[in-house]
Design a protein around this ligand. Structure first.
Ligand SMILES: [Zn+2]
Length: 159
C-alpha cells in the first residue's frame, strides 16, 4: 500500500486512519504468511508538517520454519508499530536521512510494516519435534551440519 505524502500533509484532519489488509511479501526461506496482515494504522502529521508518525497494531498468522527440523510452525504474529518518519523536501535528501519520506513522493506502508514484522519474528521456533543429533544428516538443520563437521574434524585432530 502506497500513501501519497502530499495527501497526508494536505488532509483536513492531522491524523489519517487507514484500515490495512494486505497479503504482504514474506521471505520464503523464513516460511510463509497464511493470512493477510490486518490492522488499523494511524498516520499523524506534526504541526510543522516535518514529520509523520505511524502508529498501529496489526496481526497475521504465519507458518515459520522449525529451528530443528525445518517443519512448519504455525505462529500467530502481532506487531505494534510506532515510527516517526521525517518528511524530506527532495527525494535526494530522503536518501541521506535514514528514516524519511519525500514530501512529493509515496510512503510505502506495506514495506514499513513488513520490516516491522520481520524484526519482530520470534527468535526461537520449534514445532515440538525432538532434537535430532543422530546419523541422519538430512534431518539436521544445515547450520548444525557445518558445526557437526567442524566438531568431528576437531575430534580427529585431537586423537
Ligand atoms: Zn521441528
Amino acid at each position: 500500500m502506497l500513501l501519497r505524502v502530499e495527501t497526508l500533509l494536505q488532509a483536513q484532519e492531522k491524523t489519517t486512519q487507514i484500515s490495512f489488509h494486505e497479503a504482504i511479501d514474506f521471505p520464503r526461506d523464513l516460511g510463509r504468511l497464511t493470512r493477510p496482515l490486518v490492522g488499523d494504522v494511524a498516520v499523524t502529521r506534526t504541526e510543522d508538517d516535518r514529520y509523520l508518525q505511524i502508529q498501529g497494531t496489526l496481526s497475521t498468522e504465519a507458518e515459520l520454519r522449525c529451528d530443528r527440523c525445518l517443519g512448519p510452525v504455525p505462529t500467530a504474529l502481532s506487531i505494534d508499530v510506532d515510527e516517526v518518519l521525517a518528511v524530506a523536501d527532495s527525494p535526494i535528501e530522503a536518501l541521506e536521512v535514514d528514516e524519511a519520506v519525500p514530501a512529493t513522493g509515496d510512503l510505502d506502508l506495506s514495506d514499513l510494516l513488513r520490516q516491522y514484522l520481520l524484526l519482530n519474528l520470534p527468535s526461537r521456533k520449534l514445532c515440538g519435534c525432538k532434537p535430532t543429533f543422530g546419523k541422519d544428516a538430512s534431518q539436521i538443520d544445515p547450520r548444525w551440519q557445518k558445526l557437526e563437521a567442524l566438531l568431528s574434524r576437531t575430534t580427529e585432530e585431537d586423537s
